[in-house]
Structures are given as structure tokens and as C-alpha cells.
Write a protein that binds this ligand. Structure first.
Ligand code: AGP
Length: 612
């Protein structure tokens, strides 16, 4: 999720753009850049934060009342000076900034190279501005028309702003799948990924719709067309939200925003990696290492916290589908217990931040023993991503809330894709089951959307447990890791003690804890162990425990026993974690808010544990 800012008007552009980029840093940054058009076109860009860009620019020429700026959250190409935006066209007359993913950039790039284009970066964005100029090279074609024609050729998501060195009176912007807002001031226009850089200058904004292109000029004002050449009348709205609320997208906390982003982030973690039509799953990042998986006698997951829970789901997936023995290790234990690691082991490191010290150390240890290291990270170019031999990014976008939510479901999605791909290659899964699971996986975002609609009911339920002192979370099979994850969510943001257990473990001790004061969350969705979970519920009921059951839509059996029921849509058992975790995230969020806890920054915790 990158940050975009553009300005054209009567004031110097530089301070407005830089301040706007600071406002957008919460969207993620690993590099930043700015283009200004005064007496000449200047492009300044570098790896790091916006402050690093300011240092880089200090003392340089920053004149101009028109410009564009960008903070990058890398998706294609490591974070470095060259991959930072803005990007030039071949002639260097055009510059572009972009938020999104051009899925078909590779074939477009190959065709443009054939036509003599030279590329400096690894990004999909640079391909887009070269394509626009290649179409525009016919001098009679207006830049706006060239942009429109080019956008009809790309597949993917974009929010772009383009500046033409030959025309300091005009910016062109376009949007599809990524947000873009235009602020309308007195003889000036502001463009940004959201309203945070705009709201202090004007409250009058136009939110671009998908496939709209904006022609923003000093003389002609704001004109809109669709990429299909249909004229559109700008719909000007008055901003009500205050600055801080806008950063959170109108949600009270980043955590809630990120819980609600999961239909999109799960979709983004699959984007370009599966097609039920073609019946394929393909993770480009590990293609060269698939043979290592096929030869592997064992897979070892190393991770911490929520990422460790995702690894536990990964264990069930890889053993169940690809029939490869799996171990799941807490990185902090693995790194010190002198583990046995073989050269034909595949070690998968899972990390949202890509900076967790214990996980990094575990990687180095495994690497020193000759194992193949695969990464599943959310931050492109992070230390862990760079320490692995290969990997797949989760593309969940920046996760600001300390409690990991969308990163978990994105990790589980990537693990599911990986296990399906390896199972397909090994022939340990039937074609019909493979196709069925791909279709089911593609349907998950819509099912998550549906579960999010139970938020009000969960909020109401939460009121009953605000003063609880303990919680138990139970699950079997694929739902056992989700029970652990639900317990971690509650304890880390509400400070209520909570434990997750395999449901069958109750009789080996924890059942002694059960009384009328003990809420027990049970994931009791339909599946192989459903009947057994039902009997576990009966054991708890018999001892007056309070049952909160997560059940499959239409369940009538558990409904009779449980004190509270949250229904979730049916899906294949191996995909249930992607849906059943959502109500647990919401339950912990509402209880924590009602307890007055700092949900986004819980006490004693940091978003990334970069120390031991
Ligand atoms: C989860 O909600 C916590 N924030 C924490 O357990 C986290 O998952 C753990 O520190 C691992 O972080 P990573 O995924 O960035 O490596």
C-alpha cells in the first residue's frame, strides 16, 4: 500500500507534497520520491523514510508549483533508490507515481524491450509509463488519450499520477482498485491516496471511481472520463472526517480497519497466483525451489507468535495435502536447542514484519546447516526476506495494529497455495480435489465479508465478558491453531488470561478449570472431528462452563448446547481457519475496547520484536 501525493496550483509544490507524504507514512514506506516541475523537471528519490528524502533533497533545486510525490511499500522489486518512485518514461519527458500492482507487466515489458525501450528498475510501474509514452509517441495523440488507451491494456490495480515535462499546467490521474482522492481548492488541486494530505487545505474532494481518469489543469479545471471514453461529472463531497480518523479509514482503531481489510488482503495474497478457470496455482517466488520441496524429507516452520500459529496451520496443510512430514518450531527455542537440521530439509520462516530477531537467528542457524530457507513475509525487502533463498510475500499491506490480524489470514492463504502447489506437483492430491479447493479458496474473501457482518452481534456478546478473568479456547484439527490464535488475540490486547487447547486435551487437566466463571470458546464447525468436539462441549456444559461456539451456518446441534453461537459460512475443512479466526479477532477487539485498553498499542508490546 503506497502513498501518493500530487499538487498543482498557485503555491510552491514541494512543502505541500513533502508534508502530504509524511501524513501518508502510516500506509507503509520503504522508499520515497518526488518530482517537481519549475524551470526544469527534477526527480529526487531514495530508499528510506520521507525524512531521508528531505535530507537527500536539502540544498537542491525544489522550485515549481506542480509536482508529485510517493512513499513506496514495495511489491515488485526490492526497496532501493532505483525502484523508488517517480519513474521516468523512455524519453524522460514523463514521470509517474503508482500505488497498486500491474499483473501483466512482464509481457508488456518484454514487448516494449523489443520496441527499443530500456528499463532501469524492477518495477511494474516503470513499465506502465513506458507503455503510455510508446502509445503517445504518435505526436498527434494527447497525453490524456495515451493514458486512456494504455490503461485498457493493463490488468491489475492502479492509482497513478503523471506529470509531463512539456506541460507545467496539467496533471493526469487515474484509478482502479487502489484509492485516489482529488481535493479542490481555490485555483489549486491536491491529489492523494486518501484525504489526510488534503483535509488541511480543502474539505471539497472528489473520490475517483474505478476506471476513471482525471485531467487536472490550471486552465481547464478537473475533467473526468472513464477508460472507455465516457465523460463523467465530478461528484464533489465535503469531508467530515478529522485527520486522525482518515488515517484509520474512519475506523476507531487500525486493528479494526485491518480486520475489515481481510477480504481485500486475502484476495491480494492470491492475486496472480491461482486461477480456478485454468486450474492452476503458481507461486513465482518459489518456482526455482519447488524441486527442493519435492525432495524434502521434512519441512520445518520457524516463527513466533501469530506467525507460529500460521505455521501450525501449515503443518496440517502440508502433511494432509502434500504428505511431507512437518515440524513447527518456536524460533526462539529452535535457535538455542542445537537442533538436527539436514541439507534436504526445507525451512519455512514466517514473519509479518520480516524483522523478528529470533526468526532471523533461526534462519541463519538452519542456513549454516545447509537447509533450503523459504520466507513468507509481509514486508518486501525486509531482513528475513533478504536472508532466505526464496519466498512468497503475503501482500497484506502495512499492518499497523500490534495485534496481527490480516497478516495471519494472508500467511495462511499463502501456505494453502504453497501446500496445494506442492501436492499437485507430487501428485498426492486428486485433480478433482485440487480444483475444488482452488474454487473454494477463491470464494473465501466473500465468505470473510459475510462473517464481518456479524460484528454487531459479536460486539453485543462481548459486553457479557468484559470482566472475565480467564478464557479457554478449544479446537481440533485445523481449528486447534485457530484456538491458540484466538487466545493470543484476547490476552495481548485485553490483558485477560486466555489459553488455547486441543479440545481433546480437556480431560488431561484443563477441565479442572471449568466452572460458571469460565467462558470457553469452541470452534465447532462441521468437519471430521465435529462429533468429538460436540462431546467436548457436553463435558464443559456438565461442569457449568459458559460456551461460545463458532459453528457452521445452519448448525442446530451445537446451538442447543452452547450459551452463545456465532455462525460462519460453510467451506472446506482445510480453509476454515481463514474464516473462523474472524469472529475471534472481533471478540478480542470489542472486549479490549470495552475494557479501555489501548488496542493498537497494547502495554509491554511492540509491533516488531527486533530484539531477543
Ligand atoms: C501477534 O498478534 C503479535 N503481534 C506477535 O505475536 C507477532 O505475531 C510476533 O511477534 C511475530 O511477529 P512477526 O510475524 O513480525 O515475525
Amino acid at each position: 500500500m503506497c502513498g501518493i501525493v500530487g499538487y498543482i496550483g498557485k503555491r510552491e509544490a514541494y512543502p505541500i507534497i513533502i508534508k502530504g507524504l509524511h501524513r501518508l507514512e502510516y500506509r507503509g514506506y520503504d522508499s520515497a520520491g518526488i518530482a517537481l516541475l519549475g524551470n526544469e523537471l527534477k526527480v529526487y528519490k531514495c530508499k528510506g523514510k520521507v525524512a531521508d528524502l528531505e535530507n537527500f533533497v536539502s540544498g537542491k533545486n525544489i522550485d515549481g508549483t506542480i509536482g508529485i510525490g510517493h512513499t513506496r511499500w514495495a511489491t515488485h522489486g526490492a526497496p532501493n533508490d532505483i525502484n523508488a518512485h517517480p519513474h521516468y518514461s523512455e524519453s524522460k519527458n514523463l514521470v509517474i507515481i503508482h500505488n497498486g500492482i500491474i499483473e501483466n507487466y512482464a509481457p508488456l515489458k518484454a514487448e516494449l524491450i523489443k520496441r527499443g525501450h530500456h528499463f532501469l528498475s524492477e518495477t511494474d510501474t516503470e513499465v506502465l509509463i513506458h507503455l503510455i509514452e510508446d502509445i503517445k509517441k504518435n505526436e498527434t495523440l494527447d497525453l490524456f488519450e495515451a493514458v486512456r488507451l494504455a490503461l485498457n491494456e493493463v490488468v491489475g490495480a492502479y492509482a497513478i499520477v503523471i506529470l509531463d515535462k512539456e506541460n507545467k499546467d496539467r496533471l493526469i490521474a487515474a484509478k482502479k482498485g487502489s484509492p485516489l482522492v482529488i481535493g479542490i481548492g481555490e485555483e489549486e488541486f491536491f491529489i492523494a491516496s486518501d484525504a489526510t494530505p488534503i483535509v488541511e487545505y480543502t474539505k471539497n474532494v472528489v473520490y475517483l471511481e474505478d476506471e476513471e481518469i482525471a485531467d487536472i489543469s490550471r486552465k481547464g479545471g478537473l475533467k473526468l472520463k472513464t477508460i472507455k471514453n465516457k465523460k463523467k461529472t465530478p461528484y464533489i463531497q465535503e469531508l467530515e472526517l478529522q485527520l486522525e480518523a482518515i488515517e484509520k479509514g474512519g475506523y476507531d482503531h487500525f486493528m479494526l480497519k485491518e480486520i475489515y481489510e481481510q477480504p481485500r488482503s486475502i484476495k491480494d495474497s492470491m492475486r496472480g497466483r491461482l486461477s480456478s478457470e485454468k486450474g492452476i496455482v503458481n507461486l513465482g517466488g518459489i518456482t526455482e525451489y519447488e524441486q527442493k520441496f519435492l525432495n524434502a524429507k521434512r519441512i520445518i516452520f520457524v516463527a513466533c507468535g501469530t506467525s507460529w500459529h500460521a505455521g501450525l496451520v501449515g503443518e496440517y496443510l502440508f502433511e494432509d495435502l502434500a504428505r511431507i512430514p512437518v515440524e513447527v518450531e518456536y524460533a526462539s527455542e529452535f535457535r538455542y536447542r542445537n537442533p538436527i537440521v539436514y541439507e534436504d530439509d526445507v525451512v519455512i520462516a514466517i514473519s509479518q514484519s520480516g524483522e523478528t530477531a529470533d526468526t532471523l537467528a533461526a534462519i541463519e542457524l538452519a542456513k549454516s546447516k545447509g537447509a533450503t530457507i523459504i520466507g513468507i513475509c509481509n514486508v518486501v525487502g525486509s531482513s528475513i526476506a533478504r536472508a532466505t533463498h526464496a519466498g512468497s510475500y503475503t501482500h497484506a499491506g502495512p499492518e499497523i495494529g500490534v495485534a496481527s490480524t490480516k497478516a495471519f489470514t494472508a500467511q495462511v492463504t499463502v501456505l494453502t497455495l504453497m501446500a496445494l502447489r506442492i501436492a499437485y506437483r507430487k501428485g498426492t492430491i486428486s485433480t478433482s480435489k485440487f480444483h475444488r479447493l482452488i474454487s473454494e479458496l477463491e470464494a473465501i474473501p466473500a465468505k470473510v465479508e459475510k462473517v464481518l457482518k456479524t460484528n454487531d452481534a459479536i460486539k453485543k456478546l462481548s459486553e457479557k465478558f468484559v470482566n472475565s478473568r480467564n478464557f479457554l479456547y478449544l479446537g481440533r484439527g485445523y481449528s486447534f491453531p485457530v484456538a491458540l490464535e484466538g487466545a493470543l488475540k484476547l490476552k495481548e490486547i485485553s490483558y485477560i488470561h486466555a489459553e488455547g487447547y486441543p479440545a481433546a486435551e480437556m480431560k488431561h487437566g484443563p477441565i479442572a478449570l471449568i466452572d460458571e466463571e469460565m467462558p470457553v470458546v469452541v470452534i465447532a464447525t462441521r468437519g471430521a472431528s465435529y462429533e468429538k468436539v460436540v462431546s467436548n462441549i457436553q463435558e464443559v456444559k456438565a461442569r457449568k462452563g459458559k460456551i461460545i461456539a463458532i459453528v457452521t451456518e445452519g448448525d442446530t446441534v451445537v446451538k442447543e448446547m452452547a450459551d452463545h453461537v456465532i455462525e460462519i459460512p460453510e467451506t472446506d475443512e482445510i480453509l476454515v481457519p481463514l474464516i473462523s479466526v474472524i469472529p475471534l479477532q472481533l471478540l478480542s477487539y470489542h472486549i479490549a475496547v470495552m475494557r479501555g485498553c489501548n488496542v493498537d498499542q497494547p502495554r509491554n508490546l511492540a509491533k516488531s520484536v527486533t530484539v531477543e
